[in-house]
Design a protein around this ligand. Structure first.
Ligand SMILES: [Zn+2]
Length: 64
């Protein structure tokens, strides 16, 4: 069974961690999020630039 995914309410980073965002260190995580985008190259991605993402990884489109 796959680990539950959680999204960070502060930076939208998606993590399998239960209590801590691996991107910004926030403990403000939620399992209520919609959509997912994968940023592979944060330097070239226009989506990453639009969303203010500076690190590659998976991000929620909307966090509840
Ligand atoms: Zn975060």
């Amino acid at each position: 069974m796959p680990a539950a995914l959680r999204a960070c309410r502060d930076c939208k980073f998606i993590t399998t961690s239960r209590d801590r965002c691996e991107n910004c260190g926030s403990t403000n995580l939620t399992q209520s999020f919609y959509g997912m985008i994968i940023i592979l190259d944060e330097e070239r991605s226009e989506i990453a630039r639009d969303l203010g993402i500076r690190k590659k990884g998976a991000y929620a489109i909307r966090v509840a």
